[in-house]
Ligand binder design. Structure first.
Ligand code: PLZ
Length: 444
């Protein structure tokens, strides 16, 4: 691990002069469509701190969008990946395979929910994993329709743009989108008209009715849902919603896919978020936290479904790259050794009460929610109407950034502040980050 002191330090304006210089170079050389949350360039990072090129040390409540769960340079990740780099960087698993890929697939079979026989295929990004889950489900069922939910996010490639619900910034002007994608209601407890407790059963009933009346279950290859919706606003569907869809899928031979790309690998206080309601998906997509920051993604699921695609039908030049696989083995080793699901619950026990206390004090906070180290505040202009407050959300994030705290926003209405600290962050940094957040609320 790089020796980056685990202390916040703000010694220049943020962004500082060197970041501003780099930003000018970036603006000249990098396509405008690629955005960044903060125009601050990273120099080093470790634990719960990102140090920028001007020497400022920022507390990290973003983990590179839920990726560096084990930290940015976990000892075991560095050790395994470095050893692999020295051995070979690539042969292509489709040319001459190597053990790391198989070992990752074995770990995935062991760690994901359900004790049925499982197999995996590895890819580079979350979007690619989701696309492949669809290919596999279509091969297995010989059906075409894919059902996704309101507020769902599954990626930026053509098929996953179609699966993603939010237009700006993900889809606007990028169509036409892939056909045979259908969207159904999701149980959004905070915004459910008849109250949060009704959201699960009522949304499930509506979703099932739409599938039945508008598509026909016999035409549906897969239902894809995030057990906790990430880019949609950290929405944990109301109780009963996921089990009802799971049962409906079973009844009609539909492949139930849990997209755990953001919620998986210890983030919500369990290895996978779908464990919360004892859901056993047929397929599960993972990425982000799986490999401690190296690009790796997977589809894991029932062996008979995973084997449905013809030989040679799945793959890609870099899928399951050996260095990324080695990193994943190091990351998983770290998660087990440090019991990171427990650590996520510990983070919740520190953060949730303090977020709840903020909500007592500031009317702009409409909802405090999430599980483990996947927590969020939804901001509203008025608690009665629940009108979203995107401007206040942006101002709050900006105030945090200026004070040296990395926070991200999310949500269909751009009005959710989300917290995704690396699970190895120290309690002192967590508390200091919350102090900064409190200060930011008092400023806006
Ligand atoms: N499925 C549930 O959260 C990625 C997107 C950031 P990739 N979420 C972060 C952005 O603005 O691009 C994500 C996800 C869920 C799929 C994906 C896609 O994963 O690795 O970004 O392709």
């Amino acid at each position: 691990m790089t020796a980056v002191p685990q202390e916040r330090r703000v010694i220049t304006a943020i962004p500082g002069p060197k970041s501003q210089e780099l930003q000018a170079r970036r603006n000249a050389a990098v396509a405008a469509g690629v955005g960044s949350v903060m125009p601050v360039f990273a120099a080093r990072a470790a634990g719960g701190i990102v140090e920028d090129v001007d020497g400022n040390r920022l507390i990290d409540f973003g983990a590179g969008i839920a990726v560096t769960t084990v930290g940015v340079s976990a000892e075991a990740v560095v050790r395994h990946a470095t050893a692999q780099l020295a051995d070979f960087t690539h042969t292509c698993f489709m040319v001459t395979p190597y053990e790391g890929y198989v070992a990752v697939a074995e770990q995935l079979a062991e760690l994901t929910p359900g004790d049925h026989a499982k197999k995996s295929a590895l890819f580079n990004s979350g979007a690619e994993a989701v696309e492949n889950a669809v290919k596999i489900a279509r091969s297995y069922t010989k059906r075409q329709a894919v059902v996704v939910v309101d507020h769902g996010y599954h990626g930026r490639t053509n098929l996953t743009m179609a699966l993603t619900s939010k237009n700006m910034p993900y889809k606007n002007g990028f169509g036409p989108f892939a056909p045979e994608v259908y969207r159904v209601p999701v149980a959004y407890p905070y915004r459910w008209a008849t109250g949060p407790d009704n959201s699960g059963p009522e949304a499930a009933r509506q979703a099932i009715e739409q599938i039945t009346k508008q598509i026909g279950p016999e035409n549906v290859a897969a239902i894809i849902v995030e057990p906790v919706l990430g880019e949609g606003g950290f929405i944990a569907p109301g109780k009963g919603y996921l089990p009802a869809l799971r049962d409906f899928a079973t009844e009609h031979g539909i492949v139930f896919v849990a997209d755990e790309i953001q919620s998986g690998f210890c983030r919500t206080g369990q290895w996978f978020a779908c464990e919360d309601e004892n859901i056993v998906p047929d397929l599960i997509t993972t990425a982000k936290g799986i490999a401690g920051g190296l690009p790796l993604a997977a589809v894991t699921g029932r062996a008979e479904i995973m084997d449905a695609a013809h030989s040679g039908g799945l793959g890609g030049t870099y899928g399951g790259n050996p260095v990324a696989c080695a990193a994943a083995l190091g990351a998983i080793e770290t998660m087990k050794e440090l019991d990171l699901p427990a650590r996520a619950r510990h983070i919740e026990s520190i953060m949730k009460p303090r977020l709840a206390a903020l909500a007592e004090k500031y009317d702009v906070i409409g909802d405090v929610r999430g599980r483990g180290a996947m927590l969020a505040l939804e901001l509203v202009k008025d608690r009665a109407t629940k009108e979203p407050a995107p401007e206040a959300t942006a101002a709050l994030a900006k105030a945090c950034h200026t004070a040296g705290l990395i926070v991200l926003t999310t949500g269909t209405y751009n009005n959710v502040v989300r917290f995704l600290p690396p699970l190895v962050i120290g309690d002192d940094l967590l508390n200091e980050g919350l102090d900064i957040l409190e200060q930011a609320f008092s400023e806006i």
